[in-house]
Write a protein that binds this ligand. Sequence first.
Ligand code: RP5
Length: 169
Amino acid sequence: MANPVVGIIMGSKSDLDVMREAAKTLDEFGVANEVRVLSAHRTPAETTDYLKTAVARGLKIIIAGAGGSAHLAGVAAAHSYLPVLSIPIKRDGHDHEALFSNIMMPPGVPLAVMPENGGKNTGLLAVAILALSDKALAKKYQSYRQAQTDAVKEADRKLQAEGWQNSQL
Ligand code: RP5
């Protein structure tokens, strides 16, 4: 995508199912993004280079997803002054090690740690941050949020009208 403002990086191709939700969400809001597989431990040189050039290339936010010991988000925060939103990848048969690793960042280098496998909400948070300085994007984001409010109010209105015993909600 031309002139990306959000860089989405993941430690392995096996993280893609989660990370594509972030990319899809950004696409839906028309936020230019790029998606890369960059591993903190398997491709450290490429990862470092990507992060060190991120600001010069116009990126404003990094979204980083990794599982296991999940170093990638911390490395991203170390090599760039950009805000880093971390998605801890929770794999089947594994525990919460990525989440715990990410939330244990010592004071001084912040990570915004999102829900495990929370690709969609992480994309939305990136939209909300960018919307602070983009009125058109802010309008879209507000409409998106309002649509959810309207849907819940409509569901409640129907429930009250039909009664929970009969409702096909
Ligand atoms: C991490 O290890 C990756 O982010 C991935 O979540 C996990 C497993 O990687 P693969 O062995 O599936 O490549 O570095």
